[in-house]
Design a protein around this ligand. Structure first.
Ligand code: SF4
Length: 383
C-alpha cells in the first residue's frame, strides 16, 4: 500500500502491518534517537487534538515527512493512553476523525469506496445516476445512529432494496464516524512502564490542561461565574447593584451584556437586579431579554474598554487593565480565567493539594478563593 496514503490515514487497518514491515518497533519509537522527531510530532499531534480540537493537515513534502507523519499517529496514541482518561481519548478521536473528514472531502468517489471497504462497509458506486454512492442500510444505520438531525433518519432516505443513496458530502460525513470508531476503539490502551517513563510527564501536562478546561466549561454550563475574575469596571457595577444603588441605563446595559457573555442565566441576572430600588420585574425582564437576544433579536456584546472609558464606567486600571492589548472586559475575564487554570495546573503538578481545584475528582472547586469567598454568582438563584 502507498505509504503516502497511510500517512494521511494512519488509522487504516493496513497501517500496523506496514509499520511492522518497515521494521519499526515500539521500542524504537519510544527510545531510539532516530525517532526523536517522530516523538515530538506525535506529542504535538496529541496536544493539538486535545488543546484545540484540531490536528493540522499533514505536511508530506518529502519521504522523511511522510514517515514522520505516519509514525506520529501511534506515538500520539501512546501519549493519549498514558493519560488513562476516556474523555480526553474521545476528544483526540474526534479531532482525528474531523481531520480525516477534511482530507476525504478532497478525494474522488473511487477512493472513498475503497476507503470504506477497508473498514468492511458494504457500499457501491452509483455514479451512473447522480454521482452518488449507495451504502447498505445496516452499515448506514451503524454509522449514522449518533447523528441526531432528522435528515439522517433512515425513513427519510432514498432506499432501494436495502441500499441507501448518498451524495458525496454525506458519504464523507458517514465515513467520519467510521474513523471515529476506528480511532477511539480501545483508547486509552493499557501502556507499559517503559511508555509511561517516556511520555508520562507530557501526558500529565496535557491531561492537566484538559481537566482545567473541562472545569471551566462545567462552570459555564452550570452558570457558576467567578466574580473574583471580573474586571474592575464590572466588579464596581456589580457591587453598586448589590448595595442597592440604581445603575444608569448604560451601566445596566454593560453589566447585563457582560454577565450574559460569561454564562449567567437571565433569571440570575434578573434576581441580581431585584435589589435595585427602582426594580420593576416586567421592565427589567424585558430589558434583559432584549440585551441577551432572548426575545429573538440581536444578542448584544458588552461595550469595549474604550466605550466604557468614554461613559465614565472604567474605574481606573489595575495591572491587567493597563496592558497595551487590553481592550475589552471579556478579554480581561478570559485572561484571568486562563491564568487561574494555569496556576491550578502548576499546583497540581507540584502535588500541593492546595490548588483550588477539585479535591475529590468531582470537578467542583473547593477553595474559598475560587468560589470568590462568597463571590460566586449564578447557578443557585444568586443575587
Ligand atoms: S480597562 Fe477595560 S476592563 Fe479594565 S476596568 Fe477599564 S473598562 Fe474594565
Amino acid at each position: 500500500m502507498d505509504v503516502r496514503t497511510l500517512a494521511r490515514y494512519p488509522f487504516l487497518p493496513d497501517a500496523p502491518g506496514v509499520v511492522r514491515e518497515m521494521g519499526v518497533s515500539v521500542e524504537d519509537l519510544i527510545r531510539s534517537m532516530a525517532y526523536e522527531r517522530v516523538r515530538a510530532r506525535g506529542v504535538e499531534r496529541a496536544a493539538a487534538a486535545v488543546r484545540n480540537g484540531v490536528i493540522p493537515p499533514p505536511a508530506l513534502s518529502g519521504e522523511e515527512e511522510v514517515f514522520a507523519e505516519l509514525l506520529s499517529y501511534p506515538v500520539a496514541r501512546m501519549v493519549v493512553s498514558c493519560t488513562g482518561d476516556r474523555a480526553l481519548a474521545r476528544r483526540f478521536s474526534v479531532a482525528e476523525a474531523q481531520r480525516a473528514s477534511m482530507l476525504l472531502a478532497e478525494e474522488d468517489t473511487g477512493f472513498l469506496l475503497w476507503f470504506a471497504g477497508r473498514f468492511g462497509l458494504e457500499c457501491r458506486d452509483a455514479s451512473g445516476s447522480r454521482g452518488e454512492v449507495e451504502v447498505f442500510f445496516t452499515d448506514y444505520l451503524r454509522y449514522t445512529v449518533r447523528l441526531r438531525s432528522s435528515d439522517w433518519k433512515l425513513v427519510n432516505q432514498p432506499l432501494k432494496r436495502g441500499w441507501v443513496s448518498l451524495e458525496k458530502a454525506r458519504f464523507v460525513r458517514l465515513l467520519e464516524n467510521v474513523v471515529l470508531d476506528a480511532v477511539g476503539r480501545d483508547l486509552p490502551l493499557p501502556v507499559g512502564e517503559d511508555v509511561v517513563e517516556v511520555f508520562g510527564a507530557v501526558a500529565g501536562s496535557i491531561l492537566g490542561e484538559f481537566q482545567s478546561r473541562r472545569m471551566e466549561a462545567e462552570d459555564l454550563r452550570t452558570g457558576r461565574v467567578s466574580v473574583r475574575l471580573f474586571p474592575p469596571c464590572m466588579k464596581q457595577m456589580l457591587a453598586r447593584v448589590q448595595n442597592g444603588e440604581n445603575l444608569s441605563h448604560n451601566a445596566r446595559f454593560a453589566l447585563t451584556a457582560f454577565l450574559h457573555a460569561v454564562g449567567m442565566s437571565n433569571e440570575d441576572i434578573l434576581a441580581l437586579f431585584s435589589s435595585s430600588p427602582d426594580f420593576a420585574e416586567s421592565i427589567a425582564r424585558y430589558q434583559i431579554e432584549h440585551i441577551t437576544g432572548a426575545s429573538g433579536g440581536t444578542e448584544y456584546s458588552p461595550p469595549s474598554c474604550g466605550s466604557l472609558k468614554t461613559l465614565g464606567l472604567c474605574p481606573g486600571e489595575d495591572r491587567l487593565c493597563s496592558m497595551e492589548w487590553m481592550n475589552h472586559p471579556l478579554t480581561y475575564y478570559r485572561t484571568k480565567t486562563r491564568d487561574v487554570s494555569r496556576k491550578r495546573r502548576e499546583a497540581r503538578k507540584a502535588g500541593s493539594g492546595g490548588d483550588g481545584g477539585s479535591k475529590d475528582g468531582s470537578g467542583k472547586d473547593g477553595s474559598a478563593e475560587d468560589r470568590g469567598g462568597g463571590g460566586e454568582i449564578g447557578g443557585g438563584g444568586g443575587g
